[in-house]
Design a protein around this ligand. Structure first.
Ligand SMILES: [Zn+2]
Length: 306
């Protein structure tokens, strides 16, 4: 699998970390500034590209994302910091439908630069929204280092933007069949490969084996790293693996996973073609792990789920 081709891993922005110490005001006052706006989990623009301004909204916080090869500086307008009770609220909400793009839906359609800017902007907006108070003493914190730090207003301690490691894996048995499961909260026909968060004190390989065992009772032997992509929904980094199953009778846990099965390529083709199952949308690393196992001769359309 070509990790650099993963939709949200294609960003070409120079993160230009040295300039962060100038502060966001100085960066915004400089030449060639492009501002991307994040509101309610959506990024300004549509599937053809980002909508870029030159200023941030009054009272909004902002983060410097980096610069492109033409010298444009990209800044994310993160909003005012007021909590958004429900970023996915219904379209009939009195505030109106959310504007802008869902990176999850259209990230794979964006140009590499735009995909990288949108992904970083959303990731930063999500982190800042969730870290407005100091985890040591509970006092409000303020943005510093052009968005790459928050400082406690009482004691000055610093917090830095983090990301949550999650593993996702194509598990293949000795007959080269792929393990698929159905998550309890998913639409009825949706299937994917196993995934889960890495726990504190755990290696990535252990997390791969533990998650598959917990969800499907399948034991995994050899584990091989495949690639990664950021997944800011709200704060994950997806680390893709391939694992070798050493048992062949999946038993779903009934809690997180309600169905699990090994499928051959022929069986999967039939299940997709007759509409029995749908597979993950093209922005996800799951899509690429499954495609990589399946091989090259795969029609695009059946992969795209609503
Ligand atoms: Zn504090």
């Amino acid at each position: 699998m070509d990790s650099d081709a993963l939709p949200l891993s294609r960003g070409t922005l120079d993160r230009d970390a040295r300039r962060r110490s100038d502060g966001i005001e100085a960066i915004l006052a400089g030449p060639r500034v492009r501002v991307v706006r994040v509101r309610r989990g959506r990024v300004s623009g549509d599937e053809t590209g980002l909508e870029l301004g030159s200023e941030i909204a009054e009272g909004a916080e902002a983060a410097y994302l980096g610069r492109d090869e033409d010298g444009w500086s990209y800044v994310a307008d993160l909003g005012t910091g007021l909590p958004d009770p429900d970023p996915g609220r219904a379209l009939d909400d009195p505030q109106g439908p959310p504007s802008g793009i869902s990176v999850r839906d259209v990230g794979w359609q964006l140009e590499p630069l735009a995909a990288g800017v949108a992904t970083a902007a959303l990731a930063m907006a999500n982190w800042h929204a969730a870290h407005r108070f100091c985890p040591r003493c509970g006092a409000p914190s303020t943005l510093a280092l052009a968005g790459w730090e928050r400082q406690c207003s009482r004691e000055g301690s610093a917090q830095y933007p983090r990301t949550d490691a999650a593993v996702i894996m194509s598990i293949v048995d000795d007959d080269d069949r792929l393990l698929l499961g159905h998550g309890v909260a998913w639409p009825a026909t949706q299937f994917s490969v196993p995934a889960g968060f890495v726990e504190p004190g755990e290696s990535l390989e252990s997390a791969v084996r533990r998650e598959v065992l917990e969800e499907t009772a399948i034991e995994v032997g050899e584990v091989t790293y495949q690639g990664s992509q950021p997944w800011p929904f709200p704060a994950s980094l997806m680390l893709g693996f391939r694992g070798r199953a050493v048992t062949t009778e999946p038993r779903p846990d009934g809690v997180e996973v309600t169905e699990a099965m090994f499928v051959s390529r022929e069986e999967l083709t039939t299940l997709i073609t007759d509409g029995t199952i749908r597979l993950p949308r093209p922005t996800s690393i799951a899509h690429y792990l499954i495609s990589d196992w399946y091989g090259r001769d795969w029609p695009v359309t059946p992969w795209i789920s609503a």
